[in-house]
Design a protein around this ligand. Structure first.
Ligand SMILES: NC(=O)c1ccc[n+]([C@@H]2O[C@H](COP(=O)([O-])OP(=O)(O)OC[C@H]3O[C@@H](n4cnc5c(N)ncnc54)[C@H](O)[C@@H]3O)[C@@H](O)[C@H]2O)c1
Length: 293
């Protein structure tokens, strides 16, 4: 038997917003393999995530796969990835009551906390994306929404790794960062608007640049390009069920993907089995990306 044993490895999972998104399934699978978990979530969904992690009615969603017990998250940290440091926070956000209960909700604050309390980081999962104009086609996208999409969905990977790499440097078995991308960053998916397609294209080359920058520290950076899945963010696109059905009909494996399948691929990329794999995009899309028609 080939074991995937990540016992004791420290994993930061960003982009946890509920128990349906990819981040949730990724976290559960990493923990089933032995990881200790730190969650980072948008300050506005902190209370929701906190209650999903504790309340009885969500207990079933906390069951780990492979009979590995129940999900246990050591730290839940509020972090808005628009802000590298608290100096970057705009007036409106500063005055937003939903943010005021958190001291430092910047990327720097998140990484400082991990540095103080853990002193190391083995795995970083980037599962964050947002555009305020996701429903607008490229032609109608405003500059502001475009830049927000790039800032939140692409630059944040750089902002996180810029600060986290010293904690990830030369870890036993090496460290691994995995981000989620989508085919809409490479091909035209008309409804993937509001700058999101540009953000995914940027994320893809950024991940490759970062793989080169960080390889000397034995930090690997890879991407999963997932097929369409009806998460909260994807439902905001509007026609996600149509996209899922369309892809399912045309994929070599003629069905929709399951979030667990994305989580399995992430686990592989974070494991020593992928020790020579960096700067890659692994498509978890039932093969849809190979099709010409
Ligand atoms: N669902 C799909 O069809 C699909 C396909 C391919 C790739 N992806 C990617 O997977 C990743 C996860 O998305 P998902 O589909 O699981 O949806 P999701 O809604 O569960 O995850 C997106 C997360 O981003 C967080 N977020 C948004 N703005 C933020 C900010 N400023 N600071 C911190 N967090 C912020 C949200 O709170 C949410 O938790 C995204 O990168 C998405 O683009 C999704």
């Amino acid at each position: 038997m080939v074991p995937i044993d990540l016992s004791g490895k420290i994993a930061l999972v960003t982009g946890v917003g509920d128990n349906e998104g990819f981040a949730w399934f990724i976290a559960k699978t990493l923990q089933a393999a032995g990881c200790r978990l730190i969650f980072a979530c948008h300050p506005r969904v902190y209370t929701i995530v906190e209650s999903i992690l504790t309340r009885e009615q969500d207990a079933e969603s906390r069951i780990l796969p492979y009979g590995a017990g129940m999900l246990h998250v050591e730290k839940l940290v509020a972090c808005d990835v628009r802000f590298d440091t608290m100096q970057d926070v705009d007036e409106q956000t500063r005055n937003d009551r939903r943010y005021q209960r958190f001291g430092d909700y910047s990327i720097q604050g998140l990484i400082d906390l991990i540095s103080r309390e853990y002193g190391a980081l083995d795995i970083l999962i980037h599962s964050v994306a947002f555009s305020p104009e996701i429903r607008k086609i490229q032609l109608e996208t405003s500059r502001q929404a475009y830049l927000t999409a790039l800032s939140v969905s692409a630059y944040s990977l750089t902002g996180l790794l810029q600060r986290a790499w010293p904690l990830m440097k030369d870890r036993p078995d090496g460290a691994s960062a995995v981000a989620l991308t989508y085919l809409g960053g490479e091909r035209v998916v008309p409804h993937y608007g509001g700058g999101m397609s540009a953000a995914k294209a940027a994320l893809q080359i950024d991940a490759r640049q970062l793989a080169q920058n960080l390889g000397k520290y034995n930090i690997r950076v890879n991407l999963i390009s997932a097929g369409p899945y009806a998460s909260r963010a994807a439902r905001a696109i509007g026609d996600i069920n149509q996209m899922i059905e369309y892809a399912a009909q045309r994929s070599p494996l003629p069905r929709a993907i399951r979030p667990e399948e994305v989580a399995h691929a992430v686990l592989f990329l974070c494991s020593p089995l992928a020790s020579a794999i960096t700067g890659q995009i692994l498509y978890v899309d039932c093969g849809y990306n190979v099709m010409g028609v």
